[in-house]
Design a protein around this ligand. Sequence first.
Ligand code: NAI
Length: 292
Amino acid sequence: MADVKMIGVIGGGQMGSGIAQLTAMHGIDVCLLDVNPQVLSTASSSISSSINRLVSKSQLSQSTASDALKRLRFTTNLNDLSVADFIIEAIVESEEVKKSLFVQLDKIAKSSAILASNTSSISITRLASSTTRPQQVIGMHFMNPPPVMKLIEIVRGADTSDATFAATKALSQRLGKTVITSQDYSGFIVNRILMPMINEAFYTLYTNVATKEDIDTGMKLGTNHPMGPLELADFIGLDVCLSIMKVLHAGLGDNKYSPCPLLVQYVDAGRLGRKRGIGVYDYSKEQKSSKS
Ligand code: NAI
């Protein structure tokens, strides 16, 4: 495919806003879409402050920063993405919701456009089958936060073409990332290994084996992980973790993937992690002091 000049990113939450920031900082025009205008306004201010922080730490030049900010647009209208060369979907982790978006996207996107999903675990083959261009649908799984983490996991659906794979790999490398490739099975590589560990940390807490602090300290100092599993779950979002566990359970059919009841209960209670100010840990004081 021709050079990617304009990218559409759908979903302005943690991942979508980070992906939009990253692509703009690499000189590509970006249009970020969300159904919720409030989310777009939060994304716009968090991207600006993140870019300004990089400038103040001398990690980004003032001219690259100004250029990146000019390349960003925000919209709630899907038709604005009809000019995009490459579209990255980063909406809620629900197969039904993603499929219905892919049906709409297929109708409005350029015939040459690649439709990528940032899904953590949902089948790319099934998302692709809801479009008339399954050869141009691919998984492009960024890690959180996208501007910082070095990896992109590319997932090939059953019908993904070699040309789509090559274009996605080239784009990932242009964004400065290292690529790994996975076949399309639930959880791919990273979450198939990571999520059962996080789920087991919830079981360890649920069955009163240890406190949350000791579980996290154990994994940080005992296995050299930069964050403990419960802390990491709060960072990812407990709703996202639960959705991934459900996909692993349904797709791999083993009880070892059954979501821990405590994880389910936290999500039911709206304790979704850092983004809500409370998850396994309470962040409300920390977030109030960073605003003041
Ligand atoms: P989030 O909850 O922060 O953001 C999702 C956004 O999608 C919300 O702003 C919501 O308004 C929007 N949205 C929902 N339906 C929409 C639609 N039909 N059209 C447009 N916008 C819509 O979620 P987050 O964490 O950014 O995750 C997004 C995707 O990225 C999920 O598929 C998730 O599995 C994946 N992911 C998440 C990671 C994480 O650490 N949170 C890491 C890698 C992938």
